[in-house]
Design a protein around this ligand. Structure first.
Ligand code: GTP
Length: 375
């Protein structure tokens, strides 16, 4: 996975996480609004019915009080109107109660009282007619007060019951919403953690892949890296009919350097050497360390003359490295063997063996020189 792939994956995961968080927040918000409205609507309508019905006993008491004070002045029309409205409101409240989520056991005695009131209304109507016809209002007044008393008690109790239930349900909904919020938070934390772990895993895999292709000491590509690059460059050179050159570079008498100044000093020299190689070569060249003190530069689109120029540039730069930079009081020299192929003649094995022969030639003819393999 390339770093741009990793960045894309990171963006993708962040976008997915943001989307998930948004959806969760939206779902909780909708749920809370909906639940509140549902609970509110359920009890608000019922409370309104009861409050409206509570006016009836008040009205009835006022009419009865008037009748008691003025027995000759029966307000028949208002009483008739009440006799018509009371059963209607009892029916409405009964329906609201059975449709609600209240426990029927809680409101059954109140409903029974309201039904008893309703059952007494025909008798009351008869008495209203009798009083209107001139009878004594005493019986009507005492029945009316009994009805008023029952109605007032039943509606007042119902009011308390509904308000209590609404408050209880609101608390329950708030607790539920809090629990759901916590659960969603937990899910988001788990998902976020998983996404982070996934990204870390990808990073580690990428690091392992990078390490498996890198030389630990110098940071250059290793032999496996060289083989991969050679395959691709050979294919490119074959297709475009361009030259591909390879230079094998070996430090001279490195064993002596190691034996004289120690292995750590030798390591430092190898690092300086690797940096010098990188500085001397082009961006397109593939610089690798393929053995102890053996390095390789693969040069795409480079003919024999160009390869020789580069090899000599490297050799001269190495020879001019100051002792302070090298960390050892000696002059460093290198031997180079180069080989060049064109088109199909650029496969790694044949280039390598030709460059290796040229390197052997450079070593055996006195070192500190570049030898070219003739095709
Ligand atoms: N410090 C250090 N030395 C290494 C490393 N890898 C290989 N060497 C040493 O490099 C030396 C290579 O020795 P030889 O193969 O005899 O080559 P040379 O001494 O350079 O002789 P010529 O190549 O013939 O000039 C050995 O002493 C190895 O121990 C490394 O990573 N660090």
């Amino acid at each position: 996975m390339t770093s741009s792939d990793r960045i894309a994956l990171g963006h993708w995961l962040t976008a997915a996480f943001t989307l998930l968080t948004g959806i969760c927040a939206l779902a909780i918000g909708l749920y809370m609004v909906n639940a509140r409205q549902h609970v509110g609507a359920n009890y608000t309508a019922l409370v309104a019915d009861v409050v409206r019905a509570q006016q009836h006993p008040n009205l009835l008491r006022t009419i009865l009080n008037d009748l008691q004070e003025h027995p000759q002045q029966l307000n028949e029309q208002r009483l008739d109107n009440l006799m018509w409205r009371i059963p209607q409101h009892i029916a409405g409240v009964s329906h609201g109660l059975t449709a609600s989520q209240l426990d029927p056991a809680d409101y059954a005695p109140l409903l029974e009282t309201l039904q008893q009131v309703e059952a007494r209304l025909p008798e009351m109507e008869r008495q209203i007619e009798a009083v209107a016809a001139g009878a004594d209002p005493g019986a009507l007044i005492s029945l009316g007060y009994a009805v008023e008393d029952d109605l007032a008690w039943a509606y007042s109790e119902l009011n308390d019951l509904i308000h209590g239930a609404a408050a209880e349900q609101r608390i329950l909904m708030e607790r539920l919403a809090r629990i759901i919020g916590l659960l969603v938070l937990l899910v988001l934390l788990v998902v976020g953690g998983l996404m982070l772990a996934l990204m870390r895993l990808h990073r580690q895999r990428e690091q392992v892949a990078r390490l498996s292709l890198a030389d630990e000491l110098t940071g250059l590509g290793n032999r496996r890296y060289l083989l991969n690059a050679a395959e691709q460059l050979h294919e490119l050179s074959r297709r475009d009919e361009t030259s591909l050159s390879l230079a094998l570079i070996d430090l001279d008498h490195f064993k002596v350097l190691n034996d004289t100044w120690g292995h750590p000093a030798g390591d430092k020299v190898l690092e300086v050497f690797a940096n010098t190689l990188l500085e001397a070569t082009r961006q397109a060249d593939v610089v690798t360390r393929i053995g102890g003190e053996e390095f390789c530069v693969l040069m795409p689109n480079t003919d024999a003359e160009g390869a020789y120029q580069l090899a000599e540039r490297i050799r001269l730069r190495i020879g001019r490295l100051p002792k302070e930079k090298l960390g050892v009081a000696t002059r460093l020299t290198v031997s180079l063997g180069i080989a060049t192929g064109q088109g199909p003649d650029t496969d790694f094995d044949s280039l390598y063996s030709r460059a290796d022969s040229a390197l052997y030639q450079a070593k055996s003819s006195g070192r500190d020189r570049t030898c070219i393999s003739m095709p």
